[in-house]
Design a binder for this molecule. Structure first.
Ligand code: MLT
Length: 311
């Protein structure tokens, strides 16, 4: 009997393959290569992706046998959910798999900005010993503004609280008791941008959140403030951010995500006061194992015709 084809379109942990078990014909393809993806999808009953493979309506249309799209991660912005639903394709993800990793990278970026770690490292590696060029700032008694106090934002708050910071957040969906439990004061977006010494954003990318930090918000920030985006490219308008950084309207930024990934001709990646990483929020052994195993289990259930429980 021929086994159902399960397509792995991006690098996933070995635990993913192990969790799929022996019942499938597991094939690999580079999901960013559209031609290769097209022919691989022709026979696939399930496809597993991270964030680089675009499963848009065109790609879904290439796949007559497709039953499940599995996103080994939190966000679903590279999957056209509407087209999948219309084609009768189930979409599953692993919404809690990498929240700790994303929160930890956020804290790492905040500390990296505060103490100029990437530039100090680069300078000493190049043979210089410039202690006074890298005088930083303590987090203690600084105000950290968190936009989006959902799963990841809340973990960021919990991890930063022991630094003795003041935590403020903008999130219209969070109740005052929940914020209080996290030791966070809820404020308006206007107040948050004005008061923050470090601003970090933890929102999905939707038409409403795209560019929600733009020229107006950046101008309202302190000139000593830093912004961090480990969530989705474009939540902080890239053009406005480049201008604000160049004009000295804010002190610096740390970015793990970009409108276009990998970024091409993006002036932000070359600015001296910007620390960048290549979308590493979920890139830990633990997160990849959790995400891979969770979606592999969902794929098994879905292809067996069983109910897939909410993660
Ligand atoms: C996510 O949405 O969970 C991450 O962006 C996943 C990834 O890094 O591929």
């Amino acid at each position: 009997m021929t086994k159902p084809v399960v397509l792995i379109a991006e690098e996933l942990s070995s635990a993913t393959i192990a969790a799929l078990g022996p019942d499938f014909d597991v094939r690999n393809v580079d999901g960013t290569d559209r031609e290769a993806l097209r022919s691989a999808l022709e026979t696939a009953e399930a496809v597993l992706v991270r964030s680089a493979t675009q499963l848009d309506s065109e790609a879904i249309g290439w796949s007559p046998k497709l039953k499940v799209i599995a996103r080994a991660g939190v966000g679903l912005d590279n999957v056209d959910i509407k087209a999948a639903t219309q084609a009768g394709v189930m979409v599953v993800n692993a919404p809690t798999s990498n929240i700790i990793s994303a929160a930890e990278l956020t804290v790492a970026h905040i500390l990296g900005l505060a103490r100029h770690l990437p530039r100090a490292h680069g300078s000493l590696s190049a043979g210089a010993w410039k202690r006074s060029s890298y005088t930083g700032t303590e987090l203690y008694e600084k105000t950290i503004g968190i936009i989006g106090l959902g799963r990841i934002g809340a973990l960021v708050a919990e991890r930063l609280r022991p630094f003795g910071v003041e935590l403020i957040a903008f999130d219209p969906y969070v109740t005052a008791p929940r914020a209080q439990q996290l030791g966070v004061q809820l404020v308006t977006l206007e107040e948050l941008v004005e008061r923050s010494d470090f601003l970090t954003i933890h929102m999905p990318r939707t038409p409403e959140t795209l560019g929600m930090i733009g020229a107006e918000q950046l101008k309202a920030m302190k000139s000593t403030a830093y912004v961090v985006n480990v969530a989705r490219g474009g939540l902080i308008d890239e053009q406005a951010l480049a201008e604000a950084l160049t004009a000295g309207e804010i002190a610096g930024a740390a970015l793990d995500v970009f409108m276009q990934e990998p970024p091409v001709d993006n002036s932000l990646t070359g600015l001296p006061n910007v620390n960048v990483t290549p979308h590493l929020g979920a890139s830990t052994a633990e997160a990849q194992e959790k995400a891979g195993v969770a979606v592999a289990k969902s794929v098994r259930l879905a292809l067996a015709g069983d109910l897939v429980p909410d993660a």
